[in-house]
Structure formats: C-alpha cells, structure tokens
Design a protein around this ligand. Sequence first.
Ligand code: NDP
Length: 328
Amino acid sequence: MTDMTYRRLGRSGLKVSVLSFGSWVTFGDQVDTALAKECLTAARDAGVNFFDNAEAYAGGQSEQIMGDAIAELGWERHSYVISTKIYWGIHKDVVNMANTLNRKYLMQAIDGSLERLGLDFVDLLYCHRADPETPIEETVWAMSDIVSSGKALYWGTSEWTAEELRAAYEIAERHHLHKPVMEQPQYNLFETKKVEREYARLYEDWGLGLTTWSPLASGLLSGKYADGIPEGSRASLPGYEWLRDFVTDPAKNEQVKELTVIAERLGVTVSQLAIAWCAANPNVSTVITGASNVDQVHENLKALDALEQLTPEVLAEIAEITSPFRKR
Ligand code: NDP
C-alpha cells in the first residue's frame, strides 16, 4: 500500500494527510462509539491525521461519539488535527441559535462543540455555510476572536461563493484579523464547479486551502447503486430520501460503469479511482472520505495506489466519460 502523503493546508504551515476521514451521516446513525473507534484506528493506521466533524451532524451526537472514541483510544492531542463546523445550530427553536453566523451564536456554538468533543480547542473551525443576514464583517471579527482566544487554531468556510470569500479575506486584511485559511466545498467526478472554476483565482491570489467533501458523491461513485438502492446504504436511510433520485440516475450509473472498466484495468476499485481523482488536483489539500464500516475505510485509504496511476492520459480518459465538454 502506498504511504500516506501530507500537504500544506493552503498557504498555512499546517500539514494534513491527503486523505482524511469525516463523520457526516455515519457517526450517530450508522456508527456507534465502538465502531467509531475501529474506523478511526483504521484511518489513523493508514496515516490519516485529519478528522472532520460538525456541530449539526446527528444533532451533536457525531461530535460526542468522535470525542468519546478519541478519548477512549487515548490519542495524544498533538498527534491529530480535528475540525468542526458551525452554522445550522442544534437549538433550532431558539432565536439567534440556528442558521446564522452572528457573533452570539458563533461564540456559544464553539463552546458547545468543544464540550461535546471533550477538547480545549479544535484545529480547524468552519462557517458551515454563508449567512446572508449577518454582515460578513461581524462573522470575520467573531471567527478571528475565536482563533485569538485559542479555541480554534485556523478558521475557514464551507460552500461560500468566491465573492463572499474575497470579502471575508479583505475585511480580515484591512483590520489585521486572522484570515480564513481553508474552504470545504463538494468535489467529485460529478461536481467540479466551485473547485475548478469559481475558486480558480483564489489558490494563487491568497493561497486558499481546500478540504473537499463527498469524493464518492455519497456512494454513487462506488458503483453500489447500479441495480437500485441496497439495504443499509446511505440512500436507504430514513431522512435521506432526497438522495435517491440522484444516486439511481441511469446516466450517472452508466458513467460509473465506464469508470469501473478503467479502474479494473488499473487494478483498483472504482471507489479508489474516484477518490484518487480528487487528490490528483494539486489545489486540494485533503480529500475527506466517509465510511459506514471498517472495510470501506481500508478500501478507500488504499486510493493512493490509484493516484500513482493517474497519468495525463488516464485523466483525459476519465474526463471523456464524466464530462465530454470539460477537459482538465
Ligand atoms: P462519500 O461521498 O465518499 O460517501 C461516503 C459514503 O459512501 C459512506 O458513508 C458509505 O455509505 C459509502 N461508501 C464509502 N466507501 C465505500 C466503498 N468503498 N464502497 C461502497 N460504499 C462506500 O463521502 P461523504 O459524503 O460521507 O463525505 C465525506 C466527509 O465530508 C463527511 O464525513 C464530512 O466530514 C464531510 N462533508 C462535509 C460537508 C459540508 O457541507 N462541509 C457535506 C458533506 C460531507 P453507505 O455504506 O451507508 O452506503
């Protein structure tokens, strides 16, 4: 198995494993603390040093499980990088505590996350979405203050527009505040717009780092939805009905079949090919993988074997399949 490599998170000095591990959907709904310990251990044994979480995942349970699991495993705090993300809130019925990036919410949300994680600080703190109702300046000041307080080491955003990112960066620069360091966009063979087009200038201009999500498009790129929705899969779960049309889309599943032919030729699985494809983009600092069991963790983290084989010719072949009009 190819050794893990580490990339700088944008222009910051922090190094993150090029493949990382996150807990959306899984921790809480599919993975309890015992299984979390197994998955986290498998990831760490493969060289993963970055673990992604969010306040909203399973209504706070995901942070609780990851925090408990890491405590029980006895990992030393300096040996891993952990994140959380805030915006949606978990006190949905209280004014100011949901769907916001106002100062009051941010200052209280970080304390709640730290309590559930059982930590004094997170390494990375994200604004999980943009909030058009709060001035960006208020959010930037609050995030910078959280970093100054030591409760987070770096801050960033998730799914902001390039325009919002530029505004935040300029406000931080003007007031000598901590600048946003990283963005967390979706990036996979079926979703490339933000990473490849919208943010294109931000990598060079101010060294934006990327921690990308859903490398398998929620499992579609593993090929598991070719013949419908398997029992126990993400799309079969209550609350994820919205995913069903997407993952069973015949045209997309046909593309996955064609990608599988390339993967087989290279001696890897189509999941590994899809994850490696994300890592092949040098602007991606880390590809956050997800898994509902340990076998998936093992399989996915072997994707670096596939990365070595993604020559320009293979990448062109892949582009022909996923987007005949888009060349990398
Ligand atoms: P993926 O697109 O890779 O989907 C992961 C899911 O696909 C697994 O939970 C599993 O679901 C299935 N799967 C994974 N590996 C395999 C395999 N080898 N074979 C078959 N099925 C497989 O990633 P996620 O959507 O989970 O996103 C990864 C992480 O990114 C999240 O955990 C989270 O940390 C972050 N994220 C951030 C978001 C944001 O807004 N900032 C949004 C979404 C995610 P199953 O077995 O149940 O079918």
